[in-house]
Ligand binder design. Structure first.
Ligand code: HEC
Ligand code: HEC
Length: 365
């Protein structure tokens, strides 16, 4: 991000190094884990190459089974384990389905954190008045980390009910919470914010490094790095792209800009227009995109509107990377029961020339 003062600039560099550093068994990696570094799934702050596999136990009708008793260690596959331990693999049962989640780009995420709660509630209320099926809602979630007293960004306490913004179903409210959750859940690195190792087949409550693996300062450094990654510079291609984007109502969910809090601690992000092209609300995208997993109040069919940021750096799109092009990603919005069906239909009705202009506008974001 341009114009940071020396202190924030130093925070960025510190967190940048930690983001790409592989943790080792001696650092507390495991007992089970998916990848050894954040960068393993967010290479160059974009999508992948690593990903997360989630398991869902379903009944004969394909509906998720309450409590999922076949999955005693949770729904996340953790394919690696430290010396002497066993990885957490999917049981080979016909009633357990696998769903892939691609690592999401992390560019410009400080903007998402800075947006005021009031803006999100305002947009949700406005969508509730629409007649074209678009009706996103905020995902209210419980703060699951320990308190983080050193953070100037919030003072959330364990058990508080807050608005979720991060993750594919908006399940995390802040970036320090996300960093602590990713360290714990993806890497088996416990921290002052998330001190408990993930459940594992050997019942291990610790790993090669005794006790809590990292302090809150390390979590905050990684979170600050993510906060300070800029939105890649956008080229102004004239009014046609934005006009088409609004004409086919992409902007109902991919809201071009939202106001940020006046008291956000990074001055560049405070009291500003966040050009993020999302409403941070979750939307029912229909059964074709559903995974059957719930997160906070988000259902198995709901997904957070993806921020349209740095799309030109991505090679695959949507939560599992199933779309190989922007055109395919937009077409897949149009399944039966999707809130975005009307918008996708308008997109399909555009002339070839207009559709190409809209797609090149998307690539510029
Ligand atoms: C094994 C792959 C993997 C690793 C390792 C990983 N992530 Fe992620 N990350 C993901 C996936 C998948 C998602 C979407 C998760 C979801 O919603 O369930 C995600 C989402 C995120 C988001 C949310 C972005 C948004 O737009 O909401 C942030 C921030 C993030 N990761 C940061 C980190 C940090 C920091 C680390 C290291 C401490 C890390 N990740 C390690 C795969 C990974
Ligand atoms: C009802 C709300 C809604 C509308 C309307 C909508 N989208 Fe989306 N969009 C979403 C959601 C939710 C996702 C994430 C879906 C997923 O990952 O499965 C998404 C994902 C995307 C992605 C993939 C981004 C990525 O990082 O993979 C693109 C591109 C996109 N939308 C473009 C558009 C365009 C262009 C339009 C207008 C034709 C549009 N969307 C209309 C809600 C909407």
């Amino acid at each position: 991000m341009r114009g940071l003062d020396a202190a924030w600039g130093a925070r960025f560099l510190e967190g940048d190094a930690l983001f790409d550093t592989p943790f080792r068994e001696a650092d507390g990696l495991g007992p089970v884990y998916i990848r050894a570094s954040c960068g393993g799934c967010h290479q160059a702050a974009t999508r992948g190459p690593g990903f997360v596999e989630r398991m869902v136990q379903v009944d004969a009708a394909g509906e998720p089974v309450p409590g999922m008793p076949a999955l005693p260690y949770g729904t996340v596959v953790r394919p690696f384990a430290i010396t002497g331990a066993h990885p957490l693999l999917a049981p080979s049962r016909a009633d357990v389905r696998l769903h892939q989640r691609a690592g999401i780009p992390v560019m410009g995420r400080g903007w998402l954190e800075a947006i005021s709660d009031a803006e999100l509630l305002r947009v949700a209320a406005a969508q509730a008045q629409r007649t074209d099926g678009v009706s996103g809602r905020v995902n209210r979630v419980t703060w699951r980390s320990e308190a983080n007293p050193d953070s100037p960004f919030h003072d959330f306490q364990p058990g508080a009910v807050v608005i979720g913004r991060f993750g594919l179903k908006a399940r995390q409210p802040t970036l320090d919470d996300f960093a602590a959750d990713a360290l714990q859940g993806d890497m088996g690195i416990t921290s002052a914010l998330r001190p408990v190792e993930p459940p594992n087949p050997d019942g291990l409550t610790d790993d090669a490094k005794a006790g809590v693996d990292v302090d809150a300062a390390l979590v905050n450094a990684i979170a600050d790095y993510v906060r300070l990654i800029a939105i890649p510079p956008r080229q102004d291609m004239g009014p046609r792209g934005p006009r088409l984007f609004a004409q086919v109502t992409c902007d109902a969910c991919h809201v071009p800009s939202l106001k940020t809090r006046a008291d956000y601690p990074v001055p560049q992000l405070a009291n500003a227009d966040a050009p993020v092209f999302t409403d941070l609300l979750v939307h029912d995208m229909g059964p074709a995109l559903a995974d059957g997993l719930t997160d906070g109040e988000a259902t198995g069919r709901e997904w957070r509107t993806s921020p349209l940021v740095g799309l030109r750096f991505l090679k695959a799109f949507l939560h599992d990377g199933r779309a190989q092009s922007l055109d395919e990603a937009v077409r897949l919005h149009g399944g039966a029961g999707s809130e975005a069906k009307a918008s996708a239909d308008l997109y399909l009705a555009l002339s070839d020339d207009d559709r190409a202009a809209l797609l090149s506008y998307l690539s510029s974001l």
